[in-house]
Design a protein around this ligand. Structure first.
Ligand SMILES: [Mn+2]
Length: 474
């Protein structure tokens, strides 16, 4: 393809020459004769001519298929140049903003007159990769610091939250990799082990080991790290931690020697991918597979709370991972007993204004509740799901939405933060409330009235900021 570049700045010309040359036939058009001479001596294909004149382009054999790049350094003559190009039949026009502080306004002003042109700001083209590089150096510094801090420890503990999920398991594995340790020298553990079917399946397929320990045993380790969780989660049971890496909102009230908390990340595995990349660590197929699966499952395959960094980590890990194994792990989601609760929700649930609400009664395990909430969110006409059930003596409530309506975390905090634990993100949230506290606040509601009561709360909440009838619409 042919490319005609209308430029004034030597640096821009040399840069375009370097970038475009292998794939384009590039010709430069400059106004200044001395610049043209210098570039000509450097063996660039350059012509000196007046860029504001139509015949300049006619002489240059401009066709509609020629890609024209015009440097914009803020000079007034730009419009004259663009007019001349248009009059000579040029259609593929790219304006390259160099040192333009209000690039978007500039673009709007130009497009009013030349709707076809494309505007690219040099700062935007370079900004992304440059910032990524710089933040990678920052991350590298951080990782090297904690690597050093952990280096002389004999026994390291990597502590996960109870019932470790794929993200916790993968992050634990990744941290052990970053610390360059083995199963013997860095123990991955939790206070309560893995029981949910998909987590069990991941543990088996990837041959992971999660040790179950007591809070007292934490003292037996020289260094303690937590991933995918922060100390407040353990309710004071663990009073010392050296390193915390997590993507949940930062909690106050604890000190750690090193912290890397990034609540805008979709998973802790995304943070760990950046850590490993920053120090050029070798990522084994097993670790890559675990992390890829974790990013997929924590972001519901990018359906909730995912951003550019998660997608970036995903594409970095993808070639390193075993995709077939991931498909196998995912197959474990559906089990007969889970289907029982899906059916129960169908019988007792209500769907009003795209909000699905169901009370499942007493349950032997908590994981049925978020499972059912996720399940019904897949339905065509559902934008919010709120599923509750009683586990031991607590009411557990899972909230999901499609992420573009009101905040699920705000909903549970508004009604339940004063009587239990309540928190979460925009698109997913959870509350755990002792039954007695729930009854004290909301009255002695019987099982059949509970679905209705919670549904009313949800609709009240959603109506607060939006007129009725226009609820949660995409
Ligand atoms: Mn997570």
């Amino acid at each position: 393809m042919r490319c005609l570049a209308v430029c004034q700045t030597e640096l821009v010309i040399r840069m375009l020459h370097e970038i475009l040359l292998p794939s384009f036939e590039v010709e430069f058009l400059v106004e200044s004769k001395p610049v043209a001479r210098r570039l000509h001596e450097a063996r660039l294909n350059v012509t000196a001519a007046d860029p504001r004149r139509t015949d300049t382009y006619l002489r240059a054999d401009l066709t509609p298929g020629t890609c024209v790049v015009v440097e914009d350094n803020g000079r007034r003559s730009l419009k004259k140049i663009l007019e001349a190009i248009r009059d000579a039949g040029g259609t593929l026009v790219y304006v390259l903003g160099v040192g333009i502080s209000h690039a978007r306004e500039r673009e709007h002003a130009l497009k009013a007159q030349f709707p076809e042109l494309n505007y690219l700001a040099l700062s935007e083209l370079f900004g992304g990769p440059l910032l990524t590089e710089f933040s990678r150096s920052l991350t590298r510094l951080r990782v090297q610091q904690y690597q050093r801090f952990f280096t002389d420890a004999e026994r390291v503990l990597i502590l996960l939250h109870n019932e470790p999920d794929p993200d916790a398991l993968a992050s634990g594995l990744a941290l052990r990799n970053a610390l360059r340790r083995t199963r013997q020298t860095a123990v991955i553990a939790a206070l309560e082990g893995v029981t949910r079917p998909e987590n069990v399946r991941m543990v088996n397929l990837l041959d992971l080991h999660v040790e179950q320990i007591t809070p007292a045993q934490v003292a037996e380790y020289d260094r303690v790290a937590m991933v995918d969780v922060q100390p407040h989660y353990f309710g004071g049971a663990i009073d010392r931690v050296d390193l915390v890496i997590d993507h949940h909102p930062e909690q106050p009230g604890y000190t750690a020697v090193f912290k890397d908390i990034r609540p805008d990340y979709g998973s802790t595995s995304t943070i760990m991918t950046e850590h490993l990349r920053a120090v050029d660590a070798n990522i084994s197929e097993r670790t890559a597979t675990a992390m890829l699966y974790a990013i997929k499952s924590d972001t519901l395959f990018f359906n909730r709370q995912a951003n550019r960094v998660d997608i970036e980590a995903f594409s970095y890990l993808y070639p390193l991972a075993d995709a077939a194994l991931i498909r196998k792990m995912e197959g474990a989601e559906i089990t007969m007993e889970r289907l029982e609760y899906v059916l129960r929700a169908k019988q007792h649930g209500r769907l009003v204004e795209q909000v699905f609400c169901a009370f499942l009664g007493a349950l032997p395990r908590e994981d049925f509740i978020p499972y059912v909430a996720d399940f019904y969110l897949q339905l065509e006409n559902v934008k919010w799901t709120i599923v509750a059930g009683v586990v031991h003596d607590s009411l557990v409530i899972s909230v999901r939405n499609l992420g573009y309506s009101r905040n699920a975390g705000e909903f549970v905090r508004k009604y339940f933060a004063d009587i239990g634990s309540a928190g979460g993100h925009r698109a997913m949230a959870k509350a755990v409330v002792p039954l007695r506290a729930f009854r004290d606040k909301f009255g002695n509601i019987q099982a059949d009235g509970l679905t209705e009561r919670i549904l009313t709360m949800a609709l009240d909440f959603l109506h607060e900021h939006q007129p009725a009838g226009r609820l949660v619409r995409a």
